[in-house]
Design a protein around this ligand. Structure first.
Ligand code: HEM
Length: 197
């Protein structure tokens, strides 16, 4: 006789991890869409007649609206990232989160698909941190160029600074897709769900 199927329990996650994760998604969504609104006012690729982003992907309706959203959400985004950094440092979670020699060895030797997923996932986690920090660094350079002219200078000129800042958009989108796919492969929908509630 078939036993009745038990509802599968969600894997447990620390409440702090769920909060950081949810705030990160919300703030990144706001940063991305409001950033694209700012971009549209004077596209770095081709100027006013250049490549525009469809309104569906923008937030703020016009330049000033986009800037208000961008500069409000930057606090949520940056402070959440800082809080997450302090959290994984204090709880020593950073030791298991980022790529290590064992992951590189696994990529070369193991046939175990689950182990490969973990290795690729740690590479993705490791790569996104400098990408997010670069978004903050270049963002500060554009936000306060009079106070931090050396940030602008370190990229050569204003245009280069804008392009590097803009690069965070495709890089974040690529990370989200990879993270999503690998998360589902590692633990299915239940694992993904457990990261939010
Ligand atoms: C991953 C997060 C972020 C994304 C995806 C993002 C995206 C963008 C995009 C697409 C633009 C338009 C670029 C252009 O055409 O010149 C922009 C502009 C800007 N961003 Fe960000 N950004 C992020 C984080 C930040 C942070 C943390 C700060 C501040 C510390 C910041 C400050 C600025 C400033 C000052 C501008 C120019 C505003 C203007 O010219 O009026 N951004 N951002």
């Amino acid at each position: 006789m078939n036993s009745p199927t038990k509802p599968r329990k969600l894997p447990t996650q620390a409440i702090a991890a769920k909060i950081f994760h949810s705030l990160n998604i919300i703030s990144l969504f706001l940063m991305l869409t409001s950033g694209l609104q700012i971009y549209n006012a004077n596209p770095v690729f081709g100027g006013r007649a250049g490549l525009h982003i469809p309104p569906l992907f923008t937030l703020g309706a016009w330049l000033a609206g986009g800037r208000h959203w961008h500069f409000a959400a930057m606090w949520l985004f940056s402070l959440n990232l800082l809080g997450y950094g302090i959290y994984i440092f204090i709880t020593r979670r950073w030791r298991h989160r980022f790529v290590g020699v064992n992951d590189i060895k696994a990529l070369q030797k193991t046939q175990n698909p689950q182990r490969l997923i973990y290795a690729w996932h740690r590479i993705a986690y490791t790569a996104i941190i400098p990408i997010l920090l670069l978004a903050i660094f270049t963002g500060i350079g554009m936000y306060k160029p009079a106070q931090f002219p050396w940030i602008v200078d370190s990229f050569g000129d204003w245009q280069a600074l804008r392009i590097v800042h803009f690069a965070s958009v495709p890089l974040v989108v690529i990370f989200v897709i990879i993270h999503w796919v690998l998360g589902r492969k590692a633990g299915g929908e239940k694992l993904t769900e457990s990261m939010f509630w």
